[in-house]
Design a protein. Sequence first.
Length: 249
Amino acid sequence: MFQSFKDILDPPLKNHKIFFFHIAKCGGTSINKAIIDCYKPWRNNRSNSVVLLNEEAARFTEQKSIEKGNDVRRDLLNYTMSLPEVKCIVGHFHYSQDTFDVFHNQWNFVTILRNPVDRWFSHYHYNQKSSSKFKIDIPLEKFIETEAATNFGRAFVDEITDDLNKEHLNIKELTDIAIGRYKKFALVGTLENMTQFEEMFEAKFNSKLSINHLNKTSTNTSDIPSDIYQRVTKLCEPDTYLYKKVLGL
């Protein structure tokens, strides 16, 4: 009875299904929580309405996958979107065009982008401190020569084109495909203007976000030598082009 009264005073988000496509080091941890809170899953037995991907479990399942090349995170996304009781999905799932084509009339695809150079340095510093297999244990001036550094600079492109056979596609072609895909999302915000994202979210879903800053990694670049900073800027050209095109900058 008391929980139902709370729903009247502070109603949960009910009439929209949201998938938040979480790209690393774009404020996703904070936004995940804020979107989940809109559904009030702790009230009235609504816990099954929200799915937050458990990162450790996803990595374990990927490692134990029997079939080589099987995309566990894509399969899990398709599975959870198919469950009628699920209204909210957040986490580092893998995108595919097939998933969008099947579910975009039922689900609102939402994501946040970030200034690509800031995101690159944030990702580097985060992995530098990590104890996982992704830990970076070489100096910045050596890391920028690696394939991983190049991948950091095209994360926005690669995350959303992960389902494609890229053998015969150059980075320009992939970037154009990625831009087209992001433009079909219900909402694409930017970490640099969270107020605008909150306003767009409320206008679209009639629900207010309350975003706290969680899992924040410093992006202070004042002590980065100019030649290294320029090299990183060059690495980020694919994502910078995408960022401007998708956000209309």
